[in-house]
Design a protein around this ligand. Structure first.
Ligand SMILES: [Zn+2]
Length: 239
């Protein structure tokens, strides 16, 4: 948990982009997916986009999950007491792992691990107040988290995850089939049969690998005197 920051009575009213309803369900889910995918596979090894607590705070801030003034207070607090930043980064990573665990369970049809549920449930447990905010078409209901801004940002993410898994389309969650990727994504295709996060990268890589495997098999057959099938030359091997 973060520090016991008291509610900030002087904090600015939530802006429209800080509001759940303005964000919209789909956008919030995209943020949840992007959050989970900040830990990813690259060239066969795990890479963490959050190499420091400052990275995590900057990420939340870019996505309007932490306000600029709260971000500046946090960065000053981390500079004054690095152990605070270390603890918050550990929390961010723990919640991220917990969410990935819930997503993987949903994708593979397993029941969620109790530890992952517990982690995400703790992230949900945050104080907030409802506030009315101006919206393009009148007024909308937003909420402002009280206390530590990182707890608040994680709570928003956890809320998106909770809504998706309980009321959304968890059957459309996918994990990219490329072993070099494993990115979590929502299959929004009409047929619901997407296997890769991105056809231009992972999909093409898989197709090229299949093509190479077919050619190897074909070469082996040619070596045994079996006539070779013509092969499409249009598929580029991956870099
Ligand atoms: Zn991928």
């Amino acid at each position: 948990m973060g520090p016991d920051t008291p509610p900030q009575p002087d904090s600015p009213p939530p802006t429209a982009d800080h509001d759940l309803h303005q964000h919209g369900h789909t956008t919030l889910m995209e943020e949840c997916l992007a959050f989970v995918n900040t830990s990813h596979v690259s060239r066969g090894r795990m890479v963490d986009d959050f190499s420091s607590p400052e990275d995590a705070v900057a990420w939340f801030s870019r996505r309007s999950l932490i306000h600029a003034d709260a971000r500046d207070r946090l960065l000053a607090a981390y500079a004054a007491d690095p152990s605070l930043g270390t603890a918050e980064l550990a929390l961010v990573r723990r919640v991220r792992d917990g969410i990935r665990g819930l997503f993987e369970a949903a994708v593979t049809g397993r029941p969620p691990a109790a530890a992952d549920l517990g982690t995400v449930n703790r992230a949900l447990r945050t104080q907030f107040v409802y506030v009315l905010v101006p919206a393009p078409d009148g007024i909308s209901l937003g909420h402002r988290h009280l206390g530590d801004p990182v707890d608040g940002a994680l709570a928003r993410i956890a809320e998106g995850v909770a809504r998706e898994l309980s009321q959304g389309t968890p059957e459309r969650l996918r994990i990219c089939e490329s072993a070099e990727c494993r990115e979590v994504f929502m299959d929004r295709s009409r047929t619901g049969r997407r296997r890769w996060c991105d056809m231009a990268t992972c999909g093409n890589r898989a197709k090229a690998a299949r093509h190479r495997a077919r050619r190897r098999a074909s070469d082996a057959e040619t070596a045994r005197g079996i006539p070779r099938e013509p092969i499409l030359a249009s598929i580029e091997p991956s870099a």
